[in-house]
Ligand binder design. Structure first.
Ligand SMILES: [Zn+2]
Length: 193
């Protein structure tokens, strides 16, 4: 009984990226209405993705099955934002033209954090062009919610593992696979823009 039971646990103060994939919804410009939000990230990031096998996955620069099958990839950008009305923190997904506008805004302000924006579709149709309009920028940016790095969260959603997952009787293929889909229907990644 001299053994300390605490030593039998792999304590980990910081959760892995894979532990966080259900925390944030990905929202795109709705077909009707608009997203009214403020940016929480310092900057955005983007990647080319495929819709393949019923889900979104990033285009693998080394070995890409969809590319081998002549499937087109599309660029999408993402940034953390906070809904101005509900205060929900979410990942905002946007198409290339909006990425260009955000890039210009970033060049102008040197940080996107605190910038208010409206994201909507011209003409209010499901696949019509997405436009962003900028409002003011919050001056007290310290008071805004902090957000984690975007990339590990997206990798977790896509099922891209940062470190190899060691398989054991408790970590079956089924468990690993289920994690990709275990988003409670809250994560929306779809192909069209
Ligand atoms: Zn590809």
């Amino acid at each position: 009984m001299s053994e300390n039971p605490s030593e039998k646990v792999n304590w980990q103060r910081r959760p892995n990226a894979e532990d966080q994939n259900t925390k944030f919804r990905i929202q795109r410009a709705p077909s009707k209405g608009a997203i009214l939000a403020r940016v929480l990230s310092h900057d955005f990031n983007g990647a080319r993705t495929h819709y393949w096998g019923g889900r979104t996955r990033p285009c693998d620069p080394v070995l890409c099955e969809p590319c081998d099958d002549n499937q087109k990839s599309r660029w999408h950008g993402w940034i953390f934002a906070q809904d101005l009305k509900t205060l929900e923190v979410f990942i905002c997904e946007f198409p290339p033209a909006v990425g260009n506008d955000l890039d210009r805004k970033y060049g102008e302000l040197r940080t996107l954090r605190g910038v208010h924006f409206k994201l909507f579709r011209v003409g209010g149709k499901a696949n019509s062009r997405v436009v962003i309009q900028f409002g003011s920028q919050d001056q007290d940016r310290e008071a805004l919610p902090r957000v984690p790095a975007l990339e590990p969260i997206l990798c977790a959603i896509w099922g891209v593992r940062v470190a190899p997952v060691k398989k054991s009787p408790r970590m079956t293929d089924h468990d690993v696979e289920r994690r990709d889909d275990d988003d409670g229907g809250e994560t929306f990644l779809r192909e069209h823009d």
